[in-house]
Ligand binder design. Structure first.
Ligand SMILES: [Zn+2]
Length: 192
C-alpha cells in the first residue's frame, strides 16, 4: 500500500526535523499517526486493511486485539472492527505495561497485537508478554508502519501497511546531535 505514504504527506503527518522516537532513538523523520487517524473513516479503512493483510496469514480468527496506549488505541480499535473481535489496550502502570480498566484475557483468547508504528518492537513485545501472562495466545502482530527495517523479528506473523526504511540512531551516535541540534519529542509537542 505505497499510497499510504502519500496519505501521510497529504494529512501533514510526515514530519521532517530531528526527533526522539518513543523508543528513545533519534530520526530525521517522524510519522504523526494521530494526524491520519483523526479521520474516523480513514482510520476504519486502515484498520480493515491491517485485518485483511494479517488475517490472510492466520489460521484462526482472533478473539481480541490488544494495543498499547496511547498510540495504538485508535488503530487497534479499528483493526478489531475489521476482525469483528474485542478491542483492548494496555497502558503503563509505572514502568510496567498492564491491562487495566476491567479488561480481561483468558487461556481461551487468541490475540492480535496492534501498533501504530513498530520501531524496535520493544513495546509490542511488552504487550505480547502481558497477553501471554494471562495464558492467552498471540496469533500475530499488525501495524500501520514498520520502521524496524525488518529487524523487529517477532515469532508470529507480522503485517504492516507501510514499510518505511528511515535510519534511526542511538542518541550517542546521532549525527544531528553531533551537529549540535537537540531532538524534540513530536508526540508530545503542541502543534503551532
Ligand atoms: Zn539526535
Amino acid at each position: 500500500v505505497s499510497d499510504l505514504l502519500q496519505t501521510f504527506r497529504d494529512r501533514e503527518a510526515l514530519l521532517e526535523g530531528h526527533f526522539q522516537l518513543s523508543s528513545g532513538r533519534h530520526s530525521d523523520k517522524y510519522l504523526q499517526c494521530a494526524r491520519v487517524l483523526m479521520d474516523p473513516i480513514l482510520a476504519s479503512r486502515l484498520g480493515a486493511q491491517i485485518a485483511d493483510a494479517l488475517g490472510a496469514r492466520l489460521r484462526e480468527a482472533p478473539t481480541a486485539v490488544v494495543a498499547p496506549a496511547l498510540g495504538g488505541v485508535v488503530i487497534g480499535h479499528e483493526t478489531a472492527r475489521g476482525f469483528a473481535c474485542a478491542s483492548l489496550f494496555t497502558e503503563r502502570d509505572g514502568a510496567a505495561m498492564a491491562l487495566r480498566r476491567g479488561f480481561t484475557l483468558s487461556a481461551a483468547d487468541r490475540v492480535v497485537v496492534v501498533e501504530d508504528v513498530v520501531t524496535t518492537g520493544k513495546s509490542t513485545r511488552e504487550v505480547m508478554a502481558v497477553v501471554e501472562e494471562r495464558g492467552a495466545r498471540v496469533l500475530g502482530v499488525g501495524a500501520l508502519v514498520d520502521r524496524s527495517g525488518g529487524a523487529a523479528g517477532f515469532a508470529v506473523p507480522f503485517a504492516a501497511l507501510l514499510a518505511m526504511d528511515v535510519p534511526t540512531f542511538e542518541a550517542a551516535t546521532c549525527p544531528m546531535c553531533r551537529a549540535g541540534s537537540t531532538a524534540v519529542k513530536p508526540g508530545s509537542r503542541p502543534r503551532t
